[in-house]
Ligand binder design. Structure first.
Ligand code: NAD
Ligand code: UDP
Length: 329
């Protein structure tokens, strides 16, 4: 029998790829989004699909879905540091109130729920690489605190619904993921550098660029989420690509890939920017038989081809998204 899945954050980068994947697998998909950081273009191709139903709704308000649900994926949340600095209250609310609503819905529908947690749980880590047993090093009142603490609360309430109400829960700790459908100007490093290369601007490296990240291609992440949802494992699982690189080396890779003769300009390192990040994925290997397969060179090429194919007004839209219509309280 056809299964029903609700995906919050459906119009976002990851949510839209998840919608495509579950449609392809034969599910009936209920997408929900309020477009605060998402883009209708990411799901435009699904609006006429018989198995796709969309709700324009803020998940921090009560969610009313009439149909039975088998699964829920909670991916609604700003995810770029620039976004969550601009909309800190919405970020805290979607991680806390939004997660509470979706857990309540999962309980009422007896659905299994997977929540999108993050490597930011580990903050600026003093343990390297980061294993799930590490409790992290988070500054609750720093600029990133609104995101990090919302996500830590999200994990805590998810485990409470699991332990107290017996809801079937899954927690994915997602490390930096990239690919087509990121917002070109969302400020995250890959769209930032690629947008700059397209516009003929110098690449803005923060600090000396000796901080590291480990980038996972979206198709690998989607595959990991799918495996985690259908696994029996209810504690958090890291999903990411351990291939670690410094930001300065990464900027040089992008200059080479984009055949750009631009320079690098150094800007101040934002407060609270983690100095190192690399997932230990031994648990995902063991429990899910999952490893990422896409090389950074292939993934980056696909992503750059996508950005290049966008209409030029998207390349030049240097203002960040207008959040004002969402800010009521
Ligand atoms: P994104 O900003 O592209 O997508 C988030 C989507 O959620 C947007 O479409 C936005 O409009 C929607 N949304 C936000 N608040 C909402 C609300 N109150 N009600 C309804 N919809 C709302 O970001 P993304 O990169 O796709 O991230 C998706 C999820 O994955 C987030 O929860 C994020 O924390 C998590 N995550 C992403 C990464 C990554 O590298 N992309 C890493 C770790 C965790
Ligand atoms: N970064 C940078 N220049 C930019 C944007 C980001 O040097 O224009 C750096 C940032 O300081 C961080 C890394 O790239 O160390 C990844 O940043 P991103 O915003 O993508 O995600 P984060 O992992 O910090 O959440």
């Amino acid at each position: 029998m056809q299964k029903n899945i609700l995906i919050s954050g459906a119009a976002g980068f990851l949510g839209s790829h998840l919608c495509d994947h579950f449609i392809k697998e034969g599910f009936r998909v209920f997408g929900i989004d309020n477009f605060i950081t998402g883009d209708k273009d990411n799901i435009q191709h699904l609006f006429n699909h018989p198995n796709f139903h969309f709700f324009d709704h803020d998940v921090t308000n009560h969610i009313d879905i009439k149909s039975p649900l088998d699964y829920i994926l909670h991916f609604a949340s700003p995810a770029s540091p620039i976004d969550y600095l601009k909309i800190p209250i919405q970020t805290l609310k979607v991680g806390s109130l939004g997660t509470h609503n979706l857990l309540g819905l999962a309980k009422a529908k007896q659905a299994r729920i997977l929540i999108a947690s993050t490597s930011e749980i580990y903050g600026d880590p003093v343990v390297h690489p980061q294993h799930e047993d590490y409790y992290g090093n988070v500054n609750s009142i720093g600029p990133r605190g609104v995101y990090d603490e919302a996500k830590r609360f999200q994990e805590a309430i998810t485990m409470a619904y699991h332990r107290f109400h017996g809801v079937e829960t899954r927690i994915a700790r997602i490390f930096n993921t990239y690919g087509p459908r990121m917002r070109l100007n969302d400020g995250r490093v890959i769209p930032a550098f690629m947008g700059q290369a397209l516009r003929g601007e110098s690449l803005s490296v923060f600090g000396k660029g000796d901080q590291t990240r480990s980038f996972c291609y979206v198709d690998d992440l989607v595959n990991g989420i799918y495996k985690l949802l259908f696994s029996d494992y209810s504690l958090p699982v890291n999903l990411g690509n351990p291939d670690e690189i410094t930001i300065i080396d990464f900027a040089n890779e992008i200059l080479k890939l984009t055949k750009s003769d631009q320079k690098i300009s150094f800007k101040p390192l934002p407060e609270g920017d983690p100095l190192k990040r690399q997932p230990d994925i031994s648990l995902a290997k063991k429990e899910l038989n999952w490893i990422p397969k896409t090389s950074r060179s292939d993934g980056m090429k696909n992503t750059f081809d996508y950005f290049k194919s966008l209409p030029k007004e998207k390349w030049y839209k240097t203002d960040h998204k207008d959040f004002s219509k969402h800010i009521k309280n």
